[in-house]
Write a protein that binds this ligand. Structure first.
Ligand code: GLN
Length: 194
């Protein structure tokens, strides 16, 4: 099983490292044809607008959207969550628009002064979380489950084949959220090959 990491901008290396540490074959994805054969893809943190501009230029934006709609599992962190969201309340564009949540950009934590907190996650207990100009989840659709909360705000959500965190699980050394995604990918794989 191979998991890709969207590699146009952002903290790509950190995600590749966590996946490798967990014994999963991982590779960067820069071009549409590199989506072939993946069990899942991680969309890292970074700058969603910059990533989108670069993805549009290479055709990766449309190809990734189609792949996700066709069942490719995706895990977005921070900017990656914004890319997945159906609506961005304080930005005129929608990016991939596949995850039924509305997010507001740049509301939790500052760039220099990241905000660290414990997130209460279903079945996982408390998770350490780092927020860097992170999106706030403002609406969640009926098919979306909030798996983790900061106070009463959802910060980890799941909708079928999609997982998204407004924080950065790749920066804490706690690999449980990545493990959750890997499990989703393994299930997806066995299902496809059944
Ligand atoms: N502020 C960034 C954006 O709007 C997200 C920040 C991050 O990924 N750390 O895309």
């Amino acid at each position: 099983m191979t998991v890709g990491v969207l590699a146009v901008q952002g903290d790509v290396r950190e995600h590749l490292r966590v996946l490798e540490r967990l014994g999963v074959a991982a590779r960067p994805v820069r071009r549409p044809e590199e989506l072939a054969g993946l069990a899942g893809i991680v969309l890292p943190g970074g700058e969603s607008t910059a990533m989108w501009r670069l993805m549009r230029a290479t055709g990766l934006a449309g190809a990734l959207r189609n792949a996700i709609l066709a069942g490719l599992l995706a895990f977005g962190t921070c900017a990656g969550m914004i890319l997945l969201a159906r609506r961005v309340t304080n930005w005129p564009e929608t990016f991939l628009g596949v995850l039924d949540i509305a997010v507001e950009r740049n509301v939790i934590g500052r760039q220099v002064d990241s905000f660290e907190a414990q997130v209460a996650a279903n079945g996982l207990g408390e998770l350490p979380a780092v927020f860097l100009r992170a999106p706030g989840v403002r609406e969640i659709g009926p098919g979306v489950r909030a798996l983790g909360r900061l106070g009463d705000q959802p910060v980890l959500v799941e909708q079928g084949s999609l997982l998204a965190a407004s924080f950065h699980p790749e920066l804490t050394g706690d690999t449980r959220v990545h493990e959750m995604f890997i499990q989703m990918c393994r299930k997806g794989e066995s299902w496809q090959h059944a």
